[in-house]
Structure formats: C-alpha cells, structure tokens
Write a protein that binds this ligand. Structure first.
Ligand code: ADP
Ligand code: MG
Length: 259
C-alpha cells in the first residue's frame, strides 16, 4: 500500500526487535521520520545504530515489530505467533528506492567515477546508457566533481570518493537516503566537503537518516536527533532538546564524553 495522501511518514518503526542468535541488538525501536525530515542517530559503538539502518534497507531481517517505508511494510511483521517475510523480489523492489552510503565507499576500483555512478541505473533500472551517463554527469556537478568524471577511485581523495558514492546512490532517484558514519573514515580536513554535500541534499528536501558523530552537523541540519544506547532509543527530539538539554542521564554522559 503506497501512500497517496502525503501524510504517511517516510519511516515508521514500531517496536522493532533484532537478534543475532542469542544477542539482542534492537530491543523495541519505535520512531517516525516524516517526508523531508533529517534524523540523526547518535550513540555509543554497539548500540545498534547500523543494525537499525540495515533493517530499513533489507540488509538485515527484523525479528519482530513492524517497519514501514513510505507506507510499505518491509521485512518481518508479527501477527499472532506467525512471522511474515517479503519475497526477495519485493525486498529488491523496495530497496531500489532507498540509497545507502557507508563509512567505506565501496566504489568499483576498475571503473571511473562517472561509470560508478551510472552502472546501477543501467543494470538495475535498465535506463538507456546515454541518458544514464548524462544524469551521472549532472550528479557529479551536484557533488562538485565534474572535473573528476574520468578519474578512477584510487586517483581520488577519500572525501572525493565519498562524494562519488553519494552521487552513485542519488543516481537511483531514492526517496530516502541512509548514511552510516559517512565521514568517520575520512581525514579531518576532508570531512567538511562531504558534510556540505549532505547539507545541500537536506536543503533540497531529501529525507535522510544519518548515523554520525558530527554533532555540529546534527545540531545544524537535523530535524530530529535520536540517542540510542543498548538497542533502545533513549531519547529523541529536536537537536536543541537532545543535544543542548538532554533529559536522560545516559545522553548527558555520552555527550559529555564527546567534548
Ligand atoms: P553501532 O552501529 O551502534 O555501533 P551495530 O548495529 O553495528 O552498532 O551493532 C550492534 C551489536 O550487534 C554489536 O554488539 C555488534 O557486535 C552486533 N552485531 C552487528 N552485526 C552483527 C552480525 N551480523 N552478527 C552478529 N552480531 C552482530
Ligand atoms: Mg555502526
């Protein structure tokens, strides 16, 4: 069921549980992200931030709970005692609408920047090569890398590679972008250029979920910040509420260690 009213949130998570064997990693995550909103997920290592993002993108299967993306139920849901699962085809169709950017850029090393960007639209969406290449050139301009179209990943800095990775995700025309610590592997002087591209995307109205330790970015760009710890959302609210005036002791403690 796709949303036709425009009021359905882009993400609605209801009591999401995820285990790896006996390890309980997500212990009932409930949150919503409206269309056009930016949610920043913060929290200590191991709190389940990546796992939650990966559930949204079908890279992990939820064990219990309901997870909707743009009104479509994804992954598992629990009905009585039974668990339902999407077919691989349904999952692939939904995943095509969600862009993901990882800490490590995972570009194809033997393809140029522009080839990396138009590969998926041609292979997955069966777009004509000419049109896909033209769109890829536009996206390279968006991320400030028109001059690097023919460069191979090894010839690009980490920040430039990450900007190509963002352009590659955008080439699929996603309705939602997930970022998992996109600047954590970068040298400090390269962080700003990647955050600027993300800020521009947010200003253009893209719905985004961003796992980050960049509190300046979260403060400035996020509509909502969620602090996760131990597989739970401990606190969620505006950046002012969560970052400036955290109510929970665990949030206060986490933030104090970042300073
Ligand atoms: P974060 O991104 O907040 O650092 P993760 O979601 O990566 O946290 O991990 C949460 C917990 O789940 C950690 O204890 C991690 O070791 C565990 N975990 C993550 N992925 C797997 C996996 N595929 N198999 C087993 N345990 C996993
Ligand atoms: Mg992580």
């Amino acid at each position: 069921m796709s949303d036709t009213t425009g009021t359905e949130p882009m993400i609605r998570a209801e009591e999401i549980h995820k285990n790896f064997g006996s390890l309980r990693v997500l212990k009932g995550i409930s949150l919503e992200v409206a269309k056009g909103e930016v949610l920043c997920l913060i929290g200590p290592s191991g709190s389940g931030k990546s796992t939650f993002l990966r559930c949204i993108n079908h890279l992990e299967k939820v064990n219990a709970g309901r997870l909707y993306v743009d009104g479509d139920l994804i992954g598992y849901r629990q009905k009585g005692e039974r668990l339902y699962e999407l077919s691989p085809k349904q999952a692939a169709r939904q995943r095509a609408d969600v862009g993901m950017v990882f800490q490590h850029f995972n570009l194809f090393p033997h393809r140029t920047a522009i080839e990396n960007i138009f590969e998926a639209p041609v292979q997955v969406k069966k777009q004509p090569a000419g049109a896909a290449r033209a769109r890829a050139a536009e996206l390279l301009e968006t991320v400030g890398l028109s001059a690097k179209a023919e460069a191979y990943p090894a010839q690009l800095s980490g920040g430039q590679q990450q900007r190509v990775a963002i352009a590659r995700a955008l080439a699929m025309d996603p309705k939602l972008m997930l970022f998992d610590e996109p600047t954590s592997a970068l040298d400090p002087e390269l962080v700003g250029e990647v955050l600027q591209v993300m800020r521009d995307l947010a200003n253009d109205g893209m719905t985004m979920c961003v796992v980050t330790h960049e509190m300046g970015f979260a403060r400035e760009v996020a509509d909502k910040v969620a602090f996760m710890d131990g597989g739970r959302v401990v606190e969620i609210g505006t950046p002012a509420q969560v970052l400036e005036h955290p109510k929970e002791e665990r949030t206060q403690e986490f933030l104090s260690k970042l300073l």
